[in-house]
Write a protein that binds this ligand. Structure first.
Ligand code: 3PG
Length: 398
């Protein structure tokens, strides 16, 4: 971005790919539950505006099926962005059609427009190289330069993060640079003891990162829905808790290989139903009643996890410890987040859900070394994968 600013952007049309994929309040589409990703996009947008660029923002939101769908419109994001910038943000009704061209043509220096959800166009996510390339070429017609600031989407081989770089002079945004710098520190120069805390619902989503991290970390704390597959692998009764039967053997192997590095909850909050007002009680993790399901880790586990974290010099946390959106099942996530926040360590919160949990629970964001905007992206980076959106920034042709 500094290179682009140094070249001068006054009057130039700059296409900024951001990750404005914000969560909506459950059951209330259009009501933004956490605007962290919109706020994270502001520094790049502001730097470009201040330098007189005509800023064309674009993003995906959710997973619509390649056609316009009002439930996935970026309209609420345009409103929130306008509020945060203190200047209106025009929303184009389409991505590359007449409306997009019209809105871009009407921009004056320093103004910002937002294109509609990129995933309303089938070319954005297509596996067909030609179809994706054609969409990228259409997007490129709207602008003179391209800035990738969508760290949360750099692991996707999609038109607006990958193919586009072949069509326009391209630059990394400040957010992408900062995120990569932090994650590189975790992979290349993490100080020990290095502890990782993983939560979220599925082991299968985290398997690759667990395998990559196990040899490199000293402790791996596992909470959230995924802990029940591990507890089952230890032979415990887990009642009606979430379990991935096909992963039980894999979890058993991981536990053997980990030689004590993997720490599991010792107690859980077991509920009668997956509902905010369901009856619930704290039970030992190896004695969950047959008719109950675990929706959070319990207080003894929070204490044990906090002890295991004490003295750590590096911590990476991805995934809530329980269903934090429901107050009755939020204490595990709160307790672990607070324990991490207190450490005298380099602490990184990775992932949309954990970042949203920190803000939703009112925990001081500044107490963490870094809160990543990328869930899947930060995990894939830590796995050591080549990320298409980062590789594209080295592309030559345009
Ligand atoms: C995310 O929420 O992790 C990013 O916005 C990517 O979204 P996706 O998983 O739908 O590609």
């Amino acid at each position: 971005l500094d290179d682009l600013l140094a070249e001068g952007v006054r009057g130039r049309r700059v296409l900024v790919r951001a990750d404005l994929n914000v969560p909506f309040v459950k059951g209330q589409p259009g009501v933004i539950a956490d605007d962290g990703r919109i706020r994270a996009a502001l520094p790049t947008v502001t730097a470009l505006r201040d330098a007189g660029a005509r800023v064309i923002l674009c993003s995906h939101l959710g997973r619509p099926k390649g056609a316009p769908d009002p439930a996935f419109s970026l309209a609420p994001v345009a409103d929130r962005l306008g509020g945060l910038l203190g200047a209106p943000v025009a929303l184009a009704a389409d991505t590359v059609g007449d409306s997009a061209h019209g809105v871009v043509a009407s921009l004056v220096d320093g103004q910002v427009a937002l294109l509609e959800n990129l995933r309303f166009n089938v070319g954005e996510t297509s596996k067909d190289h030609g179809q994706r390339g054609a969409f990228a070429a259409q997007l490129a017609e709207l602008a003179d330069a391209y800035v990738d600031d969508a760290f949360g989407a750099v692991h996707r081989q999609h038109a607006s993060v990958f193919d586009i770089a072949l069509h326009l002079p391209h630059y990394a945004g400040g957010l992408v640079l900062r995120e990569v710098e932090v994650l590189r520190r975790l992979t290349e120069s993490a100080q020990h003891p290095y502890a990782v805390v993983l939560g979220g619902s599925k082991v299968s989503d985290k398997l690759a990162v667990i395998q990559a991290l196990l040899p490199r970390v000293d402790t791996l704390l596992v909470g959230g829905g995924m802990c029940f597959t591990f507890l089952r692998a230890q032979g415990h009764e887990i009642g009606r808790s979430l379990v991935e039967d096909e992963m039980v053997d894999t979890c058993r192997e991981l536990l053997e290989r980990a030689q004590g590095k993997i720490v599991l909850p010792t107690d859980v909050v077991a509920a009668t139903a997956f509902e905010a007002d369901a009856g619930h009680e704290v039970v030992p993790a190896d004695q969950i009643p047959a008719d109950r399901l675990g929706l959070d880790i319990g207080p003894a586990s929070v204490a044990a996890f906090s002890d295991a974290l004490a003295g750590a010099k590096t911590v990476f946390w991805n995934g809530p410890m329980g269903v934090f959106e429901m107050p009755a099942f939020a204490e595990g996530t709160r307790g672990v987040a607070e324990a991490i926040a207190k450490l005298d360590a380099f602490t990184v919160v990775g992932g949309g859900d954990s970042a949203a949990a920190v803000r939703a629970l009112g925990i001081d964001e500044d107490a963490f070394g870094h809160i990543s905007t990328g869930g899947g992206a930060s995990l894939e980076y830590l796995e050591g994968k080549d990320l298409p959106g980062l590789a594209a920034l080295h592309a030559k042709e345009h």
